[in-house]
Design a protein around this ligand. Structure first.
Ligand SMILES: Cc1cc2nc3c(=O)[nH]c(=O)nc-3n(C[C@H](O)[C@H](O)[C@H](O)COP(=O)(O)O)c2cc1C
Ligand SMILES: [Mn+2]
Length: 481
């Protein structure tokens, strides 16, 4: 059964012993981070800070911070079940081409049930503040010592495409500049920025609503790398198998999740920018400060007793790692649809998702690994991937020891490394230029004579089956335990 809202998820986590309440006063400035970071590194529970300094709104942290909690958030026990479930909604039950099919099915009746459903009265509008409000009343975190200020870190930013009217939901951090304005850190490549540029061209402000909280599948969907034609709120409905309830915002022409905790409504001006950052980011480094658009808040609506959800990012593993791993599992069938030779994929946590991808392939022709690298660099947000390592199909890409053994031993650098140019994630600090740099593909597959390897390629060392069986049988006799 899908969770209705954040409270239901919190109760569920508590019933499973996966939520700790902290009653002592804790400062949202740095202290919440230090506690959460320690708990995160111990793979500990979700945390509800009930008495944050300077605010009477409790802070929820680390709710998605384990494989188990991330799976529960998406209403499954293991992340692999999500794509299987999505596939079941499609006519022939094949996971293979599910994006094309979902796009095509958008108009069909059988999945119309999962489209956002409008309600007239919503918990997120129990309190409506159009004048007398201040963002300083929210327990917004300053996460790390060199951060440029306080940042809203788990916002669901809602915008509309000026032509199609399609709504987008994206998670972009927001630096609180003063009581009524924040930064809007949508990266140039993301749908929020795309929607913004269309209004900018017309010289008009873009209406924006930001939801804090909501059911956990909706929160996750704001982070999912969906193609622009798939609305995140619809995708969340498909994942949870129950439509997300939405309500018309009070002052902007946008539909917002009815069961959110808090909604900020306002606009982003077409021209105005302000210096934003630095911010201790999920790369484990401070992302550099830069000019970003400004969000003017005109109205806040909320529940009578809201909960403020937040996250911290920093050196992995952190909460966002589990969100990223959910994405890896959910989107693997999409990659396989484009590239059926792909067997498995690992985006290691240390690569923070856009810096490293390890793929195993069924190699069928010379230079096959290079074809796979080039194709991946052309697929959606995979375009940011800085390093791609390709291994043969029988290599377990989830086992880093096995992968590194293959890379260190199978690779002749002069022959097996390809360096190309391309777009980089906005957070990358290693390149000389922002958002533009080089990528490396490493072909760690077994090399063929057709690839110029005319020497013999040795087999992996494996004991023969008969000897293994013999030793199994006699194991006790050896007295080795
Ligand atoms: C905790 C967290 C923070 C994020 N912060 C940002 C951010 O500040 N700016 C940004 O553009 N993307 C950020 N992202 C990534 C986007 O949410 C993600 O790429 C999403 O797919 C973008 O959706 P869109 O393509 O609909 O815009 C963040 C993701 C997570 C999990
Ligand atoms: Mn989108």
């Amino acid at each position: 059964m899908a969770f209705r809202d954040l409270r239901e998820f919190i109760s569920f986590l508590e019933s499973r012993g996966q939520l700790k309440r902290i009653k002592t006063e804790v400062d949202p400035i740095l202290e919440v981070t230090e506690i959460t970071d320690r708990i995160s590194k111990q793979h500990g529970p979700a945390l509800l800070f009930e008495n944050p300094k300077g605010s009477n709104i409790p802070i929820l942290m680390n709710a998605f911070g384990s494989y188990e909690r991330m799976s529960w958030a998406l209403d499954v026990n293991k992340l692999d079940e999500v794509p299987k479930r999505l596939a079941e909604l499609l006519p022939d039950g094949e996971p293979d081409t599910f994006w094309q099919k979902i796009s095509a099915l958008f108009k069909l009746k059988n999945i119309a049930d999962y489209k956002p459903k409008e309600v007239k009265i919503a918990p997120c509008q129990e309190v409506v503040l159009t004048d007398n409000f201040s963002l300083d009343d929210l327990p917004v975190l300053k996460c790390w010592p060199q951060d440029g200020g306080k940042f809203i870190t788990l916002p669901l930013v809602i915008t509309k495409d000026a032509d199609s009217g399609r709504q987008n939901l994206g998670m972009y951090r927001m630096q609180v500049f003063d009581s009524k304005t924040t930064g809007m850190h949508w990266h140039a490549h993301h749908d929020g920025a795309h929607n913004y540029r269309k209004y900018q061209k017309k010289g008009e402000p873009i209406e924006v609503a930001v939801a804090l909280g909501g059911d956990p599948a909706t929160i996750y969907s704001a982070t999912a790398p969906l193609p622009p034609n798939i609305e995140e709120l619809f995708f969340a409905g498909l994942i949870r198998r129950q439509a997300v309830e939405v309500v018309k915002a009070k002052t902007v022409d946008l539909m917002v999740p009815a069961n959110a905790e808090i909604i900020l409504e306002g606009y982003v001006d077409p021209e105005e920018t302000r210096w934003e950052g630095p911010f201790g980011d999920h790369t484990g480094y401070y992302s550099l400060a830069d000019y970003y658009p400004v969000f003017h808040v005109n109205c806040i609506t909320m529940r009578e007793k809201p909960i403020y959800p937040a996250t911290i990012v920093g050196k992995p593993p952190m909460e966002d790692c589990y969100m990223g791993k959910a994405t890896e599992r959910i989107f693997l069938p999409v990659l396989k649809a484009a590239l059926p030779e792909i067997k498995d994929l690992n985006l290691p946590l240390e690569g923070v998702f856009h810096n490293c991808a390890i793929v195993s392939i069924k190699k069928s022709y010379p230079a096959h690994a290079y074809k796979v690298m080039s194709a991946l660099w052309g697929l959606g947000q995979m375009m940011f991937t800085k390093m791609i390592i390709v291994v043969d199909e029988h290599v377990d890409v989830q086992n880093m020891s096995e992968v590194l053994w293959k890379v260190f031993n199978n690779v002749d650098p002069g022959r097996d490394i390809m360096v190309v140019k391309g777009p980089l994630d906005a957070l990358d600090h290693s390149s000389n230029m922002a958002k533009f740099g080089s990528k490396m593909g490493i072909d760690a597959t077994r090399k063929w004579p057709e690839e110029g390897h005319t020497r013999e390629w040795p087999d992996d060392i494996e004991m023969d089956v008969d000897t293994k069986l013999l030793v199994d049988k006699k194991w006790k006799e050896y007295g080795l335990g």
